[in-house]
Design a protein around this ligand. Structure first.
Ligand code: AMP
Length: 190
């Protein structure tokens, strides 16, 4: 399996790029944010449990998130690999992902971060909030809280994967196609 973790702050373009990469490399795309939003929309038990965190722009607790992620991966065992979009977001999640993948005889192949300046991304997210219907995209304080969560809890993961020689970064500013090319150049060299 080729398992790729896509990093990037909210609004960096992970979802957009994942759509291209999953086709190109025949990967299963798992976006934890999308799965949570599906559960919110359908008012499932999981949706009820995560709403308060998501609406505030806080991370959902690790245990809940990891359980959901493992259930998702287990639904797609017949795959070339997984494109993880929005998971892991904490060291504890990264450790859980390593343990889970190892239990199925696999591992994280590489991680790639889409890098972009916060102020550009915040403007982009506020624009997206006008049409996405996402409560967490509509309020600048909530957006800034998501960035604080990223800087405090997710940014340390870059070092975690860098120490394993599995971290790559690409410039996330440019056209969608240019950024897909930069990401593909990294993946093709793995
Ligand atoms: P996203 O669509 O990736 O920006 O995620 C939207 C929201 O879902 C986040 O602000 C969190 O509340 C929640 N979420 C998604 N992925 C995770 C994760 N790996 N750990 C904790 N919370 C998450």
């Amino acid at each position: 399996m080729i398992n790729i973790v896509l990093f990037g702050k909210p609004g960096a373009g992970k979802g957009t790029q994942a759509e291209f990469l999953k086709e190109k490399y025949k990967l299963t795309h798992i976006s934890t944010g999308d799965v949570f939003r599906f559960n919110l929309k359908n008012d499932t038990e999981l949706g009820k449990q995560v709403r308060v965190y998501m609406d505030a722009g806080d991370l959902v607790p690790d245990e809940l998130t990891t359980k959901m992620l493992i259930d998702e991966v287990n639904k797609h065992t017949d795959t070339n690999g997984v494109l993880f979009d929005g998971y892991p977001r904490t060291i504890s999640q990264a450790v859980a992902l390593d343990a889970f993948l190892s239990s199925i005889g696999s591992k994280v192949t590489a991680t790639v971060a889409l890098e972009a300046d916060d102020e550009i991304l915040i403007k982009r997210l506020l624009e997206r909030g006008k049409t996405s219907g996402r409560i967490d995209d509509q309020d600048e304080d909530k957006i800034r809280n998501r960035y604080d969560e990223y800087n405090e809890k997710t940014a340390p993961l870059m070092q975690y994967y860098n120490d394993q020689g599995k971290f790559h970064a690409v410039n996330g500013i440019g056209s969608v196609q240019e950024i897909t090319e930069r990401l593909s150049a990294v993946i093709d060299n793995l």
